[in-house]
Ligand binder design. Sequence first.
Ligand code: PLP
Length: 386
Amino acid sequence: VTKNVPFFNYKVFSEQHGPEINKIMQRTLNSGAFIMQNDLAEFEQKIAKFIGVKHALGVANATDGLMLALRAVGVNPGDEVIFPSHTFVATAGAAYFVGATPIPVECREDHTIDPNDIERAITSKTKAIMPVQLNGRMSDMDAIQAIADKHGLVIVEDAAQALGSKYKGQGAGTCGAAAAFSFYPAKVLGCLGDGGLVTTNDDRIADKLFMLRDHGRNCEGEMVGWGLNSRLDNMQAAILNYLLDFYPEAIARRRKIAAHYQSRLSGVTALQLPPAPDAEGDYFDVYQNYEIEANDRDALQSFLKEKGVGTLKQWNGEAVHQIQSLGIDASLPNTDKMTSRYLMLPMNMSVNDEEIDYVCDQIDAFYQSHANTSEKQARENDKVSL
Ligand SMILES: *Cc1c(COP(=O)(O)O)cnc(C)c1O
C-alpha cells in the first residue's frame, strides 16, 4: 500500500496550536499592543536565556538581521565577506546590501563551511566570515575562530537554521560578534509570517542593532543615527513566546527521527547520511533538515514521489555561486558535486515512526531495483573525485 508522507504538513501544526494561537491573537488585538510592546520584550528575554546570549533583539526577518549585524560589526562598502556557497541566497544578499562583495567558498562533508577553503579566499579586502549553521548543525567554530584571529576578521553567524544547536557546549548565535535567526514558518521555530532575531554578547553592538532596527532610535526613543524599520511584530512575538515552550520537545523528536533514519539507512552504500545525533561529542544538532546525498538522486526523488513521499532539494538545487543572474564567478567543484546529489527527507513534527519506516522501505526498494545503475554511478563519482 502507498502511504502519503508529505515533506511538511502545516495542517497538523494548525490543529495542534490553532486554538491557543487564536486566543493569543485575540488578546493582542484587544490590547492594541502591536509595535515594540511587552510581548516582544518578554520574548527577547526568554529566547536570549534559551540561546545563552546576552542580547537578543527581534527583527523583521533573518535576512534583515544579517544585514543589520554586518553593519553593526563594521562591514562597509568595498569589503569582502566570505560565506559557504551551499546556503540560501539571503546570506550573500545581506552582504551585497551593505555594499560588500560576497565571496563563496566550499562546504565540507557535513555540508557546513569548509574551514580549509576559507583561507584560500582571504584577500586584503576581506572583513568578515559568515559561517552558516546549516540544517541545524554548527560549523567548525574553533577552526573558523582561529582563521578569524590570524587575519583580524569578524565572524557573523547565519544561525537561521540553528536555534538550539551547540558546538562544544556553545549555542548557535553566541560564537561570533553577532548572529541572526529566522522564524520563517518552515524553520523549526516558525511564526505566522516573517520574523527574525539578532543576537550578540557585545553591549555596543547591541546598542547599534537596537537603533538600526528602529529608525535610528535608542531604547529611550532618542534619535542617535540613521536606521531602518525592521522590527518583529508584537503579535508574532506573542505567538513565538507560546511556541518556544514546545521547542525542547521538538528538538528531542527531531533527534529521534534522525537516529531512526540513521539506523535504517546507514547500510545503504548509495547514500551519504548527515552525522548521527551525538550526545557526547562536539556537536549537538537540532535537525532543521535531514539532508542526505544520494546516487541517482533525481531518479530516487521521482520514485519516492510516485510512492507518496515528499522530498526537497534545498534552495531548488542551486548553490549561490551557481545562480546565473547574480553574476558570481567562482569555481567550487565540491559544492557542484554535492548539489547534484543532495536531497532532504521528511523531517517534521507530524511524521510518525511507521511513516519513517515506509520512507526507508521505499529507498531500499529503489536501490534494489536500481542496483546496477547506482553501482555504475558510484564508480563514476569515484573517478570525478580522483
Ligand atoms: C531561512 C534562511 C535565511 C533567511 O531567513 P528569513 O527570515 O526568511 O529572511 C537565511 N539563511 C538561511 C541559511 C536560511 O535557511
